[in-house]
Design a protein around this ligand. Sequence first.
Ligand code: 3NM
Length: 215
Amino acid sequence: MNQEELRKALRLYLVMGSPNCSGADPYDVLEAAIDGGITMFQLREKGPGALQGPALLALGARLRRLCAQRAIPFIVNDDERLALELEADGIHIGQEDAPAAAVRKRLPNMIVGVSAHDLGEAQSALAEGADYLGVGPQYATRTKLDAREAQGPAGIARMRAGGIQLPLVGIGGIDATNASAVIRAGADGVAVVSAIAGARAPREAAEALSSLLYL
Ligand code: 3NM
C-alpha cells in the first residue's frame, strides 16, 4: 500500500476488542461497521475481560478473515507475535511499547503505526520509520484508562505546522459531533472505539461518521 492509499484507508479507522462490544460478538460488530463504511480495522484486545492465548488467537483469526474478504486493512495493537500469526497488514505501537525502529526492522513488510502525543514524538516516529501516526486523546475518553489529558485538535494542527506530513489519525473521544474538527485540523482520518463498537447500531453509527468525513 502506498502512502496515498494509506491516507484513504485511515479515513474511518475502527479500533476494537471484545471488551468494547458490550457483550455482542465482535465479529458481528465488525461486519456491521464494515457495512457502514469503516476503512481500516485494529484489533486492540485490552481492558477488563480481555481474551488471551488461544481464545484471542481464535477471535483474531475470525476478524482477520472478515477483513481480508472485505478488503479492509487489518492491524494488530502492540503484539508482534499475534500480528505475525494472523498475517496482519500492520501493527500499531504506543510510546510505552517496543521502539518503533526495532519493530520496523523486525516487520519490514507491515504497516507500522505509532501513537504520538506531540511534535517531538511525531518527529521521532517519522525518523524511526513509522508509516502513520495516531494522535490523542483528542477529547476525553473512558475507553483507555491511562489516556493522557485531552489535547484537542490543536495538537494535530501543531504537528502539521511543524512539518509532519505523515498520514495521521486523531483518536480519543471522537464521535459524530467532533470528527469534522479533527479532520479540519489536518488529520487524514479519525480512529474510534466506542462511537462505533459501543453504539446500539454500529452500522448506522459508522454510516453517520462516514458521511461526515467525506463532506
Ligand atoms: N488511544 P474512544 S485514546 C485506544 O490517546 C486509544 O492514544 C488513545 O476510545 C490515545 O474512541 C484511546 O472510545 C481510546 O474514546 C479511544
